[in-house]
Design a binder for this molecule. Structure first.
Ligand code: NAD
Length: 435
């Protein structure tokens, strides 16, 4: 039986490299569809948690994870040798920027080398990590082809971007349409067949480059629009116009407008990073994508603006920022998730501390954090958000509007509030400062 037929009859095994925000939900979807899945991660703690059925990803329900682990459909390991025993491999490793803001594809290269070492005839390899256009053909293919195998004949290679939106209650890995672009038509066909086992909506494109580029287009669209609305928010602040009311009104237009909302800046492992993979690639051709650079500049200055807003609010009540007690609410980069990577709240905290403010934070999703690769901050959340804690702060700064916050209690108890998320709807209170 050929690979396509075996996929159709679900007689295939899949290896997932990297059991993070992308890899774990994907592994669970394949396992729920009845495929045998082996998850591979270099972090033993994650592997142990998966095998215990303990989910560390908000979007993966512990009950679902436990079910596929208990039924033997999903097993996690740290031993790369399994790569030679699966029919297909999905690579879901990080693609960060290095300290000079350049793409760091070292994780992708390292895991591809692992795959190459164990590559079997007829194996299908799919890259899911977001990266610049050309990576699959220019970086992955030569590594896999080193052993003399021919793509489309001896092994198959495709790119299929993950589109998971952490915290999204409606769309997840299992029901978000999947874009697939193979190096050859046969590669596309097989990769599409594999994803069809759990997702009926597959969009095939003519090459991996198209799939790589479309993913960065999605993320560029978001960074540009969020940064644009942040700039509008800064302008409205100067004009003393409530930007939130402006957006609400504009959003009544049934066509040609899509609301984006201001905030302390963009966070997470995708939107603030991926578009700069494209900027780097574009420079190779002597092209400078100005929209992305400008969006990045605006995004990067938002934490500084929030710090000055706190300073302004304290000044109104005749308090200096130095020595002021600031209670920050929410350090996750967006509501109802525990991911704090690239979170603007951390940059705001760093700036406030630098000015001599005494900063504490509360976040029930992030009881502690160690931002060793970013701001260098390491902090623990206050255990409980009480009226006393709120009243004791010179300023309460809302950076993430988690659904479990009691906004009425916060408004009633706090002395002064800077709200970057429009969480407090009361427009009459004189103690609330927003954009
Ligand atoms: N987080 C998101 O919302 C999201 C959404 C869409 C796309 N993406 C993209 O998906 C990719 C993965 O992102 P993520 O958020 O899942 O990252 P993550 O850090 O949550 O997970 C990556 C995992 O890969 C593991 N890993 C690293 N090198 C490895 C190796 N050589 N072998 C085995 N395991 C290895 C790490 O230990 C980690 O557990 C990135 O390219 C990202 O841009 C992320």
């Amino acid at each position: 039986m050929g690979l396509k037929e075996r996929i159709r009859s679900k007689k295939v095994s899949v290896g997932i490299i990297g059991l993070g925000y992308v890899g774990l939900p994907l592994a669970v979807e394949f396992a729920k569809a009845g495929l045998k899945v082996i998850g591979f991660d270099v972090q033993k703690e994650k592997v142990d948690l998966v095998n215990k059925g303990d989910s560390y990803i908000d979007d993966v329900k512990a009950s679902e994870l436990r079910e596929v682990v208990d039924s033997g459909k999903l097993k996690a390991i740290t031993d790369e040798k399994f790569l030679g025993r699966v029919d297909a491999v999905c690579i879901c490793v990080p693609t960060p920027l290095d300290k000079h803001g350049q793409p760091d594809i070292s994780y992708v290269k390292a895991s591809t080398k692992q795959v190459a070492k164990h590559l079997q005839k007829g194996q299908l390899v799919i890259l899911e990590s977001t990266t610049y256009p050309g990576t699959t053909r220019e970086v992955i293919l030569p590594i896999l082809g080193k052993g003399g195998g021919k793509v489309g004949k001896d092994f198959y290679l495709a790119f299929s971007p993950e589109r998971v939106d952490p915290g999204n209650k409606k769309y997840h890995t299992g029901n978000t349409p999947k874009v697939v672009g193979g190096v050859t038509p046969r590669c596309t066909e097989l990769a599409a067949e594999l994803y069809k086992t759990f997702n009926p909506k597959i969009h095939q494109v003519s090459s991996p480059d198209i799939a790589e580029m479309e993913k960065i287009l999605e993320n560029t669209f978001r960074i540009v629009n969020v940064s644009m609305i942040n700039e509008i928010a800064l302008l409205c602040d100067r004009l003393k116009i409530d930007v939130w009311e402006v957006i609400e009104a504009a959003a009544t237009k049934p066509y040609g407008f899509m609301p984006f909302y201001p905030g302390p800046g963009i966070g997470g492992h995708c939107i603030p990073i991926d578009p700069f993979y494209l900027v780097w690639k574009a420079r190779e051709t002597g092209f400078y994508p100005r929209f992305i650079e400008l969006a990045g500049e605006i995004n990067n200055m938002m934490p500084h603006y929030i710090m000055t807003k706190v300073n302004y609010a304290l000044n109104k009540v005749k308090k200096p920022l130095r020595g002021a007690k600031i209670l920050v609410l929410g350090v996750a980069y967006k509501k109802d998730i525990r991911d704090y990577r690239e979170s603007p709240a951390l940059n705001v905290i760093k700036l406030l501390k630098h000015k001599g403010a005494l900063v504490e934070y509360h976040d029930s999703y992030v009881p502690e954090f160690d931002d060793v690769h970013g701001t260098g901050l390491k902090m623990k959340s206050i255990p409980k958000l009480t009226k006393e804690k709120l009243a004791g702060a010179d300023c309460v700064l809302i950076t993430t509007d988690h659904s479990d916050y009691d906004w009425n209690m916060i408004l009633d108890s706090a002395q002064l509030i800077v709200d970057t998320r429009n969480a407090i709807k009361d427009r009459k209170s004189k103690k609330v400062y927003r954009f």
